[in-house]
Design a protein around this ligand. Structure first.
Ligand code: 6CS
Length: 342
């Protein structure tokens, strides 16, 4: 056989093999749907796009990301995930707390430290976060892939507040879990649970007089325009969680399960970098955009007056969650102690 015909035969074989390989890949390649609760460029969006980037660079699968409002409110995207319409969802414990009562642990005030490095180490090391929570989510058909912090909680109100008395007769919007209502009740306010989509309008029309959220969100959602007094109470961190429908996850090959886990870890590392300095940048943007904004940082004595109200919320948490909540709380405290003593 001449070398030309040998080459032709080889080329023909390669073309067939290549076509067969491509067909096999496209049979295995999936398009996975992933919804989160925020807008373009916000923390959950950055996480989702980093997850997508990893999956798409390391497999033939693709990820379709849906942002806030595209598929409804936070509770809607959770329902769609439990029903298997979506494969992945990012929902914060602020909403999941009504489904998984133990997830409300993040709303016991002054449980979490304010220092960011300690908080991040806690998320990395905590047995409560990395071993106990996945079991609780699994009981609800969810494969918990990552819990991560978004930023320190800051309260905004219609006037600067420095004491629990200052919150009297103020309706403060809370996410829709019962423990967070207990927290604001303990803080002296009238808690008002609302889904996110109603918050800006309710502040604008004075149906509510305040709310709490991390600074980046107060900036990106324009909340400072309608609730310009920022109060740093130091009482907690906004935490969120990314998960998969468990039937979908269990049906994946071992290689795809590893891919998903690795993508979740990759996105976590990226998000830790992303949130570093984010609050300061967002505060600077707010102060540049508005001269109505005030910033109040509570001093130790003022914080102590709020902190004094924390044990009653902790008691409520145990009442709401029973033995499993108490066990989780004990482990959570132990994990915090471990990272604080490092
Ligand atoms: O306050 C809320 O409801 C929203 N806050 C943040 C930071 N992310 C999503 C959530 O829906």
């Amino acid at each position: 056989m001449s070398s030309i015909s040998k080459f032709k035969k080889l080329a023909g074989f390669s073309a067939v093999a290549f076509a067969a390989m491509t067909a096999a890949n496209s049979v295995n390649a999936a398009n996975w749907r992933y919804a989160h609760e925020e807008y373009e460029g916000d923390v959950q969006d950055v996480y989702a796009y980093k997850f997508k980037e990893y999956i798409e660079e390391n497999s033939d699968h693709t990820i379709q990301v849906y942002r806030f409002g595209e598929l409804g409110e936070s509770d809607d995207i959770m329902e769609q995930t439990q029903a298997g319409i979506l494969q992945f969802v990012n929902q914060s414990p602020g909403f999941t707390g009504s489904l998984i009562p133990e997830a409300q642990i993040f709303f016991i005030p002054y449980l979490m430290p304010t220092d960011m490095d300690t908080v991040i180490e806690f998320f990395r090391e905590s047995k409560a976060i990395n071993e106990m929570f996945p079991e609780l989510y699994a009981q609800n058909g969810l494969e918990l892939l990552q819990m991560y912090p978004e930023g320190e909680m800051v309260v905004t109100a219609d006037e600067p507040v420095t004491s629990p008395e200052g919150f009297n007769n103020k309706k403060i919007r809370v996410m829709t879990n019962p423990l967070l209502s207990e927290t604001y009740d303990a803080f002296g306010a009238t808690p008002t649970p609302l889904p996110w989509g109603e918050v800006y309008g309710a502040l604008q029309t004075n149906m509510i007089q305040g709310q709490e959220n991390p600074i980046f969100w107060i900036e990106s959602g324009g909340l400072y325009e309608v609730s310009p007094n920022l109060i740093f109470t130091g009482h907690g961190w906004f935490t969120t969680a990314m998960m998969a429908n468990q039937n979908f996850y269990n049906g994946l090959s071992d290689a795809d399960k590893k891919l998903v886990q690795d993508a979740a870890d990759f996105a976590f590392e990226e998000i830790i970098e992303h949130i570093d300095g984010l609050a300061d940048e967002a505060l600077a943007k707010i102060q540049e955009a508005s001269d109505e904004v005030t910033v109040t940082r509570l001093n130790e004595e003022q914080i102590a007056a709020f902190k004094k109200r924390s044990p009653q919320v902790e008691k409520k948490f145990i009442e709401m969650t029973g033995e499993s909540g108490e066990e989780l709380l004990n482990q959570f405290k132990q994990d915090l102690e471990n990272v604080q003593n490092d």
